[in-house]
Design a binder for this molecule. Structure first.
Ligand SMILES: [Mn+2]
Length: 272
């Protein structure tokens, strides 16, 4: 195991690599389907990450849709992808795919310098072992949602999509992206999903006694619970819901909300 710390690069493959000592966690921004101000705030947040911690986890559904073509970068994700790549030169970044942005590993690892997994990453924060999983497809009670999960994650789906020219493919997705998720607006359904997810996390913690923390997203419900002595379940909540994020150390975690600094008013032009 190799400590890389602040300013270092983490080896992309090793199970159990130390990512850092103070982990910043963010999830579910759904950029591209949300307002430009949400993306502006996210870019300000990325600028602030080195002051908040020494490593970053993006836990899925950062984009409402992302696909890594071999030669084309989806234009809507340009600013955030570039900012992530730049930040990854300063500190280690781990990213897990969600049901909206699972198709991207090669780009994120090779071009952006992130550690990426479409499903799950396990790494250390200090001496604490952390499993990061977005959470779709694990506890959906409806057949439609589990079928959808199967189709979205099937390698044939990605292969077919890759064969469609990007201008057409991305246009098709604009019409389809609302079907990518299990969009229950029902308050009780969302609460139930959060409860099921917490139970699933408890199951994972008991199955893998070396884990100290399970981080999940997807339900858009912030949660932090010590399910076993010193072992926690964390959902930072959704970035799109009030700029939520979380901080994790080897001994604890904290739910937070980001306050973007108000930019100074424009100065009158000094030059004509
Ligand atoms: Mn999701």
């Amino acid at each position: 195991m190799r400590h890389t710390g602040c300013g270092g690069r983490v080896e992309p493959t090793i199970f159990g690599a130390v990512l850092g000592h103070k982990l910043v966690v963010v999830s579910d921004a759904h950029l591209g389907a949300t307002t430009p101000s949400l993306e502006e705030a996210f870019l300000a947040f990325l600028d602030a990450v080195p002051d908040l911690g020494d490593c970053l986890l993006v836990n899925g559904d950062l984009f409402d849709f992302w696909f890594s073509y071999s030669r084309v970068i989806p234009r809507r994700g340009f600013h955030v992808a570039a900012a992530l790549a730049r930040l990854a030169r300063r500190l280690p970044i781990a990213m897990v795919g969600g049901n909206h942005d699972r198709w991207g590993g090669e780009f994120w690892e090779r071009e952006a310098g992130l550690r990426f997994s479409p499903h799950r990453l396990t790494f250390q924060v200090g001496r604490r072992s952390v499993a990061a999983i977005h959470g779709d497809g694990l506890t959906e009670p409806h057949l439609r949602a589990s079928l959808l999960h199967g189709v979205i994650n099937h390698p044939i789906t990605a292969a077919v999509f890759r064969a469609i020219p990007p201008e057409l493919g991305l246009r098709l997705v604009d019409g389809l992206s609302r079907h990518l998720g299990d969009h229950s607006q029902n308050e009780a359904a969302l609460r139930d999903a959060a409860i099921r997810q917490r139970a699933w996390a408890a199951g994972l913690l008991s199955a893998e006694p070396e884990l100290g923390l399970v981080v999940m997203g997807h339900t858009h419900r912030a949660a932090l619970a010590e399910l076993f002595p010193g072992r926690e379940y964390l959902n930072p909540g959704a970035w799109l819901d009030g700029y939520r994020y979380a901080l994790v150390t080897e001994t604890g975690a904290e739910l937070r909300q980001f306050t973007p600094r108000v930019p100074p008013p424009p100065q009158p032009a000094a030059l004509r």
